[in-house]
Structure formats: structure tokens, C-alpha cells
Design a protein around this ligand. Structure first.
Ligand code: E4P
Length: 214
């Protein structure tokens, strides 16, 4: 399973990259707005830092405009993936960009049938949002189970990128369901590292090492 970081903060991405948590990056307008910088400038800097795929989101809602924006974003670097919100016009844009060889990631997926349409349109990645479903008392991970099953049934090429991850259990269940990718905030990766028995073990080893003859 690939690890992407869900961030537009270049320093955070650098730190995560050093720890091996950056097979790719996802951004969105909310994350980029927090940097106070232009989308294209942020994406350019991230692409210099990271070899894997970097999702950069369009903000238009008309297919022609999405394609125009997408082609501009794709010029920034070879590893840019054009992120497109789920809607009818978005599917038109995905088909056109895919026929030009441009990679796409369809975002804001909340149902398995949306994901089926995304794969049929030829998207590279699909982004189901598990945390936002949990927030409204639906089972986000059930969505991942259904999408992975459908894609397996029909041998679909689109990769499942589990998004809106809130905690380590989302990552564990994604791995058990054979999701292709998880995209996580830095703090969730950091939570994966920790275990109280590890801390206790380290403290004991340090204590015993201090008692060794010098
Ligand atoms: C993924 O591509 C999205 O940027 C992200 O995972 C959304 O997460 P949120 O629901 O925490 O905003």
C-alpha cells in the first residue's frame, strides 16, 4: 500500500519524506489556501521535493475550463495528477484529459456507484472520503470495501486512494482491504509510529544500558 501525505505545507512534506511516508502527495484548495500562496507555486515546490504523484485540484465546474486548468497544472511537472471534483462535467473532463495521456484523481467520492463511474471514465485515481462519512454517522470504511470489491470484480485499473483519513484504524482497515493508497495528514503517520510498550521497552533498555560497566 502506498503512503501519500495530505498536505500543502512544504516543510511538513519534507519531514514526512525523510521518514519514508511520501510515495505521493494530495492537496486541495483548503490546504493550499492555508499556505497563503498561489496554487501553481505551491504545486511547483512540492513537485521539486517529491518523486511520486502530486494531486493538484482544479476549481472550475465546467468541463472546458477544467480541461484548460488541468492542462496548465500538468505542465508544472511530469508527476502532477489533475484532481477533479465528482460531477457530470468532471467526468467529461476526466475522459478528455485521459485521452491526452494526463493523469486524473476524482475527488469527493461518497458512494460506490460514483467510484464505478470514475473508473469507467478512465481516471487514474479515485478518492473516497472516509472521515467525512464517519462524521455524519455513515461507515466510511464500508465504502472502501465496496469500491475495492467492484474494481476487483471488473478488473478496473483505477487505483483506490483512501482520503479524509482521521486515525490509524482507517489506515489499518485500508491495508486489510487492499486499498492501493492512503493519504494521511502528518499527525496520523506520527500516530502509526507510537506504541506504549515500545516506549516502555526503550526506557527499560536505556536504564539497563546505564547499568553496564563503562
Ligand atoms: C484528499 O485528497 C483530501 O484532500 C482530504 O483527504 C480531505 O480530508 P478532510 O476530510 O480531512 O478535509
Amino acid at each position: 500500500m502506498q503512503f501519500y501525505i495530505d498536505s500543502a505545507d512544504i516543510e511538513e512534506i519534507r519531514q514526512a519524506n525523510k521518514r519514508g511516508w511520501v510515495d505521493g502527495v494530495t492537496t486541495n484548495p483548503t490546504l493550499v489556501a492555508k499556505t497563503g500562496r498561489k496554487n501553481a507555486d505551491v504545486i511547483k515546490d512540492i513537485c521539486k521535493e517529491v518523486k511520486g504523484l502530486v494531486s493538484a485540484e482544479v476549481i472550475s465546474l465546467q468541463a472546458d475550463e477544467m480541461v484548460r486548468e488541468g492542462l496548465e497544472l500538468a505542465k508544472i511537472a511530469d508527476n502532477v495528477v489533475v484532481k477533479i471534483p465528482m460531477c457530470e462535467e468532471g467526468l467529461v473532463a476526466v475522459r478528455r484529459l485521459a485521452s491526452d495521456g494526463i493523469k486524473t484523481n476524482v475527488t469527493l467520492i461518497f458512494s460506490p456507484l460514483q467510484a464505478l463511474l470514475v473508473a469507467k471514465a478512465g481516471a487514474t485515481l479515485v478518492s473516497p472520503f472516509v472521515g467525512r462519512l464517519d462524521d455524519i454517522a455513515y461507515d466510511g470504511m464500508e465504502l472502501i470495501s465496496q469500491i475495492t470489491q467492484i474494481y476487483e470484480n471488473y478488473e478496473m485499473d483505477t487505483q483506490v486512494l483512501v482520503a479524509s483519513i482521521r486515525h490509524p484504524i482507517h489506515v489499518l482497515q485500508s491495508a486489510l482491504m487492499k486499498a492501493d493508497i492512503v493519504t494521511c495528514p502528518y499527525k496520523v503517520f506520527a500516530q502509526l509510529v507510537n506504541h506504549p510498550l515500545t516506549d516502555k521497552g526503550i526506557a527499560q533498555f536505556l536504564k539497563d544500558a546505564a547499568a553496564m560497566p563503562k
